[in-house]
Design a protein around this ligand. Structure first.
Ligand SMILES: [Zn+2]
Ligand SMILES: [Zn+2]
Length: 276
């Protein structure tokens, strides 16, 4: 069995929300594909939109079809990657070529996106459920996006989206970023935290809402991951879409973030990991 076959077996997981969209906030639409979300973000006053993240491989047809439904033939101004894990970049190159638009990511993700370095091995013993045990089958790259990849602007601006800012939220990966719109406190959190317990196959299939720390098997630095969630909680987001699970807002989001921070060691980190 080659790597891709094994990975596809592991990814035979399709959530009950596959190919369904959910409104998040004005101009912000989350689309769930298998067990991963991408996000369409429009800047209505300027007639522009961007795609955040690019799902698993071979999802480009569905993403293009949804984009047509939402924006007609208008291509996005950019594709922004919250980080470079396989489940967020799988269709990135195909989409970038189709729309002739650049991919943007934080420079600290570049080694994994420009062929120089794979992500560290997944932690199969991270616990939380069967997906952790399957995680060594997941692709770790590196990926070869050199021709279309650009660094996110250093000033925190988001290409194509004037009312949004990106924030460094490292930990799950070194160059992980989140996007925030101050005017209505909408947050796109990538995998900094998620709204379904991502390690559990049952929870992923049902997409039962439960705020949870970053997917454990791929998280590189737990100390940074904690600080990043603290930073996001301090923004007091009103509504959040994350890489996995349904959009969450209001008290569920506020209390959920507080709960993660208060129980980070006990409930959200692998048992064998110590923060330094
Ligand atoms: Zn990830
Ligand atoms: Zn993910």
């Amino acid at each position: 069995m080659n790597e891709e076959t094994r990975q596809n077996l592991a990814l035979g997981l399709i959530s009950v929300r596959d190919n369904q969209s959910s409104p998040v906030a004005p101009g912000v639409t989350q689309l769930t594909l298998k067990f991963v979300n991408v996000c369409f973000v429009a800047e209505p006053s300027q007639d522009r939109w961007v795609l955040v993240d690019a799902a698993l491989p071979r999802q480009e047809g569905k993403i293009i079809a949804w984009a047509k439904r939402l924006f007609g033939d208008r291509p996005p101004a950019a594709i922004i990657l919250t980080h470079g894990h396989f489940d967020h970049i799988g269709s990135a190159l195909a989409l970038s070529r189709h729309w002739q638009v650049p991919l943007y990511a934080h420079p600290l993700e570049f080694p994994y996106l420009t062929g120089s370095q794979p992500y560290p091995p997944a932690d199969a013993s991270a616990g939380g459920g069967v997906i952790s045990r399957l995680s060594p089958l997941f692709s770790r790259g590196p990926y070869h996006f050199n021709e279309v990849l650009s660094p996110l602007p250093e000033d925190g601006s988001v290409p194509g989206l004037d009312s949004w800012r990106w924030l460094a939220t490292p930990g799950h990966s070194p160059g992980h970023v989140s996007l925030f719109r101050q005017e209505d406190k909408t947050l796109i959190a990538g995998d900094a935290f998620v709204t379904v317990q991502q390690e559990s196959l049952g929870q992923v299939i049902l997409q039962r809402t439960r705020l949870s720390g970053p997917p454990r098997y791929f998280t590189q630095d737990w100390g940074q991951a904690f600080e990043s969630i603290k930073l996001l909680a301090q923004l007091a987001p009103a509504m959040a879409t994350t890489g996995h699970g349904p959009p969450v807002g209001g008290a569920l989001l506020t209390n959920g973030l507080e709960h993660i921070l208060n129980h980070f060691h006990a409930d959200h980190m692998p048992k064998h990991t110590f923060m330094h």
